[in-house]
Design a protein around this ligand. Structure first.
Ligand code: ATR
Length: 272
């Protein structure tokens, strides 16, 4: 049977095996999907080489190995190049390894599943780390009117905007420059993990704003509660992005796109 796996450290909390096994069942694909945590004295490249040599067909890669996977791949998709990180590796027919990044496509797919209009929208992304970077190209492909990046360290936001010299609708801002409201506000900072709010003014939210927090927890995040209190139209957490990036990886490997709703239902049951 074709073998797949997720690599990370730690890995025992990963939901990827659960998600991909359900996808395989749903699409009648014969495959196994495991979880691999390279030991402290083993590099990602060594662990991945062993996996592919023993018959692995593809893997997901999560913290802290997304940059190692980017180095490991023998060729990169356009979106992985711009993201500077890889979350999906695929063995190619010629023996090469394709590095891809499905995180941003996952975000866009989940926004669409939630009926959030992106074409012509004014979008704000808060944060300029790896999570933000992976979303920029897929968001720009949806043709927003404006994509602003705001970050505590403004120079990092500028570095991300500079990755797209041919787009005049992407800009970097400091928090003090935020004055107008947005149609879509995406929180990519790690602040929600520690119950903190990024220092954004209430002015960015109006009654038509949809906010998206890339983090998910059993309860709405502090950022979602803040936006809802200000009258935002929708507040969505990142569970759907997790499932959608997995669906996109599955499609890269198997050429068939699984549905998300059944898996989301099952995950919500487990979280609740
Ligand atoms: P990831 O790869 O998950 O994006 P990262 O690269 O460490 O992680 O980036 C974390 C992001 O969250 C950064 O944009 C960080 O801002 P700085 O670049 O100024 O460090 C942002 N961040 C983390 N905690 C924050 C907080 N309490 N308020 C605002 N921004 C925060």
């Amino acid at each position: 049977m074709d073998q797949y796996a997720v690599f990370g450290r730690p890995i025992q909390q990963s939901k990827s095996p659960f998600i991909h096994r359900l996808f395989a069942e749903q699409t009648h694909q014969q495959l196994t999907y495991g979880a691999i945590e390279p030991s402290e004295d083993e590099s990602f490249a060594e662990a991945a080489t062993a996996f592919f040599q023993s018959g692995g067909k593809g893997c997901n890669v999560t913290m802290p190995f997304k940059h190692d996977a980017h180095e490991f791949a023998s060729q990169l998709s356009e979106r992985a190049k711009i993201a500077g990180a890889v979350n999906t590796l695929k063995l190619l027919d010629d023996g090469g390894i394709l590095g891809d990044n499905t995180d941003g496509a996952g975000l866009v797919a989940d926004l669409k599943l939630n009926h959030v209009e992106l074409e012509g929208a004014r979008i704000l992304i808060i944060g300029a780390g790896g999570a933000a970077r992976g979303t920029l190209l897929p968001l720009l492909e949806e043709k927003p009117a404006q994509l602003d990046i705001v970050n505590r360290t403004a120079s990092k936001a500028q570095q991300l905007a500079d990755l797209f010299p041919n787009h005049d609708n992407i800009s970097a801002l400091g928090f003090q420059a935020l004055a107008d409201s947005y149609d879509v506000v995406i929180n990519s900072t790690s602040a929600s993990m520690t119950e903190q709010l990024p220092p954004v003014p209430a002015a960015i939210i109006n009654e038509n704003t949809c906010v998206y927090d890339m983090v998910y927890r059993q309860q709405p995040t502090v950022f979602m509660e803040w936006a809802t209190h200000l009258g935002a139209r929708k507040a969505i957490d990142g569970l759907g992005m997790l499932v959608a990036q997995a669906a996109e990886s599955f499609a890269v490997w198997r050429g068939i796109r699984p549905g998300m709703r059944q898996v989301l239902r099952e995950l919500n049951k487990n979280l609740g």
